[in-house]
Ligand binder design. Structure first.
Ligand code: TTP
Ligand code: MG
Length: 365
């Protein structure tokens, strides 16, 4: 048998909340919710994340902050509005530590990364030791915990890192993949959300084992090219290499699935503002300017659209993002369907010094 790869997926636990705790150790042990101002239960906007203490009350990312406020009965609950600069800085620092454990390192978002450690670990036993050491170093150097999944490929490693959160370590050796995946609900596969799960349920597909056993041709008729990926992952197959990140990012994006589908412009705009803050903070930390602002919108029926507009010149300013996102969202808010997800993306990035721009210099792509 060809030697299998050894891939780690590392994901920080309750990342934004954990960052806040490094600055406020006095909040440790209390439920902590990062998100919009709850405004005595009347606040708008959503929960970005919550500590595991708050999750005991059912608080989840994407939930309206007003609902979290009602549910989280602990009077000691701490509510914090996000400090994206802190999260970006800590992300960079933690990623340097994690990267030092990899043969090949691929950053995968603000709080997660894939590592190919095949050579360095040498064996599955070596992988266990390496992953444990990585967790110790992240905790000791940065004061936060992470969960690690180790498997022969990225898709399974990603499912494994989520398996024993928080502070987890799950190693899935090649022989164990099938039994590891079999009983899991299909939504553990990255990209299989509520709607896809519902469609699969309707076909009698509940677990990953059901999905693996379903005829590929039938799945392809229903889900198109996405079926191939889904079917392969269900069978534990994913050949995607861990790819090193070179150069500045091509784009900086952030997206959120609504806790409940909505067409309320204010609710949508509340989320859009958070996404804009997030991408703009990350842009600043990369020291980059952007020229293109994009949005992504997914409707309740999963139909998905993207739109983008470019400026004549690069800028680092936030206002043009706000203006353009607002303008591009309008069309979708008038559609009559509920929105399921929105995203904001900055593209066409470079390091040029920004020049002053005014809004009348925008052109549509
Ligand atoms: P996640 O890794 O999905 O969540 P988490 O790190 O808070 O919790 P855990 O991994 O232990 O389950 O996302 C990383 C950060 O991204 C999270 O701390 C906050 C942010 N985020 C949002 O802003 N909106 C969202 O809907 C989600 C899921 C995350
Ligand atoms: Mg995380």
């Amino acid at each position: 048998m060809a030697a299998s790869r050894i891939v780690f997926h590392v994901d920080m636990d309750a990342f934004y909340a954990s960052c806040e705790l490094t600055e406020h150790p006095e909040w440790r042990g209390k439920p902590l919710i990062v998100g919009a101002d709850p405004g005595d239960g009347r606040g708008r906007g959503v929960v970005l994340t919550a500590t595991y203490e708050a999750r005991k009350f059912g608080v989840r990312s994407g939930m309206p902050i007003s609902q979290a406020y009602r549910q989280c009965k602990d009077p000691d609950t701490v509510y914090v509005q996000p400090h994206f600069d802190l999260y970006v800085r800590m992300s960079r620092e933690v990623m340097v530590t994690i990267q030092s454990f990899a043969d090949v390192f691929e950053s995968w978002g603000i709080d997660e990364a894939f590592l190919d450690v095949t050579a360095r670990a040498g064996s599955w036993e070596g992988a266990r030791v390496l992953a444990a050491e990585l967790k110790v170093q992240v905790r000791e150097r940065h004061g936060i915990t992470c969960s690690v999944g180790a498997a022969p490929n990225k898709a399974v490693a990603k499912i494994a890192s989520d398996f024993q959160k928080p502070d987890g370590l799950t190693v899935v050796e090649p022989e164990a993949i099938e039994s590891f995946l079999a009983p899991m609900p299909v939504n553990r596969i990255v990209g299989v959300g509520r709607k896809t799960s519902e469609r699969l349920e309707a076909l009698g597909i509940h677990t990953i084992a059901d999905l693996a056993a379903y005829p590929s041709e039938d799945l392809a008729k229903l889900f198109g090219s996405w079926a191939t990926y889904m079917g392969n992952v269900a069978r534990g197959i994913d050949e995607t290499p861990v790819q090193p990140w070179t150069g500045p990012p091509k784009s900086i994006g952030s997206e959120t699935t609504f806790h409940e589908d909505t067409r309320d412009p204010e609710a949508v705009w509340d989320i859009a503002k958070d996404l804009i803050e997030d991408v703009h903070a990350r842009l600043g930390h990369e020291g980059l300017a952007y020229r293109t602002v994009g949005i992504k919108v997914r409707f309740e029926d999963f139909e998905t659209f993207t739109r983008a507009r470019s400026l004549r010149v690069h800028t680092k300013d936030k206002d043009p993002i706000v203006e353009q996102v607002r303008a591009m969202l309008r069309e979708f808010l008038e559609d009559g369907r509920d929105l399921r997800l929105i995203g904001v993306r900055l593209a066409d990035l470079n390091e040029k010094t920004p020049s002053a721009v005014s809004l009348d210099r925008f052109t549509s792509e």
